[in-house]
Design a protein around this ligand. Structure first.
Ligand code: MG
Ligand code: ZN
Length: 214
C-alpha cells in the first residue's frame, strides 16, 4: 500500500513538473535544478557562477530552504532576480512549490534560471520540478564514500561539481575514488573540480554551463 501512495504522489508531481517545463520552454529559459547536502557550497557556487556569467547571460535564482532568507539575500546582493521558497519543514522542493512562485520570476527576460534545492543528498533527486537538467555539488569535506551511499543523486545529475578542493591537503578524502565511483554510477556525468574560496576551476565550469543553452 505504501508503495502505491508514493507512486501516486510522484505521478502528481510529474504532471505539475510538465506544466512548469512548458512555461520555461515558452519563455525560452534554461532551467537547472542544483542539489547537494547542507554545507556543500551550493549558494557559494551560485555567487561565483553569477559573477562569471552575469556579463553574458540574464540569470534568475529560486532558493529553497526550510526556513529563512539568508541565501536569497546573498543572491539579491548581486542584483539578480531571486525568490525564496520556505518549505516549512519539507526536505526537498517539489514541482508545486516551484509552480506557485513562477509569477514572481521575470521568466521571459531570463536566459538561465537556477533553482537551489534544499540541502539534502536524498529526496531532492526524486522530485522533478520542470528543470532541463539536474546538477549536484559535493564538497571534498563530505568524504569519498558519498557516491556509493547516495547513488540516486549521482545517477540523476548531468554534472557533479566537486567543491572545496583547496581543503584536500587537510582531508583524508580520496578524490579519485569519489570521481571513479560517481562515474561508475553515471558514465555520462560531467565532473568539475573547483574551489569557491580560491576560484580554481570556476572559469571552465561557468563556460560549460553557459554553453548548455545552445
Ligand atoms: Mg544554500
Ligand atoms: Zn525530502
Amino acid at each position: 500500500m505504501k508503495v502505491k501512495v508514493v507512486t501516486r504522489i510522484l505521478e502528481a508531481n510529474d504532471r505539475i513538473a510538465e506544466e512548469n517545463r512548458k512555461r520555461f520552454d515558452e519563455a525560452g529559459v534554461y532551467v537547472v535544478n542544483l542539489m547537494g547536502a547542507p554545507g556543500a557550497g551550493k549558494t557559494s557556487l551560485l555567487e561565483r557562477t553569477i559573477r562569471e556569467l552575469k556579463p553574458h547571460l540574464k540569470l534568475g535564482v529560486i532558493e529553497g530552504d526550510i526556513v529563512g532568507s539568508d541565501d536569497a539575500e546573498r543572491i539579491s546582493a548581486l542584483d539578480v532576480p531571486v525568490v525564496q521558497i520556505n518549505t516549512g519543514g519539507a526536505c526537498h522542493l517539489d514541482a508545486n512549490m516551484i509552480n506557485e512562485v513562477l509569477d514572481e520570476m521575470p521568466l521571459k527576460d531570463l536566459d538561465l534560471l537556477i533553482i537551489e534545492n534544499v540541502g539534502n543528498l536524498v529526496c531532492p533527486a526524486e522530485f522533478k520540478v520542470g528543470e532541463d537538467v539536474k546538477m549536484m555539488v559535493l564538497s571534498v569535506a563530505e568524504g569519498h564514500d558519498k557516491p556509493l551511499k547516495y547513488p540516486l543523486m549521482f545517477r540523476e545529475s548531468s554534472a557533479l561539481v566537486l567543491n572545496k578542493i583547496d581543503l584536500l591537503p587537510y582531508m583524508n578524502t580520496d578524490i579519485n575514488k569519489m570521481r571513479n565511483d560517481a562515474l561508475a554510477l553515471n558514465p555520462k556525468l560531467k565532473i568539475f573540480e573547483i574551489s569557491c574560496t580560491t576560484g580554481a576551476g570556476l572559469d571552465q565550469w561557468a563556460q560549460w554551463l553557459s554553453g548548455l543553452r545552445s
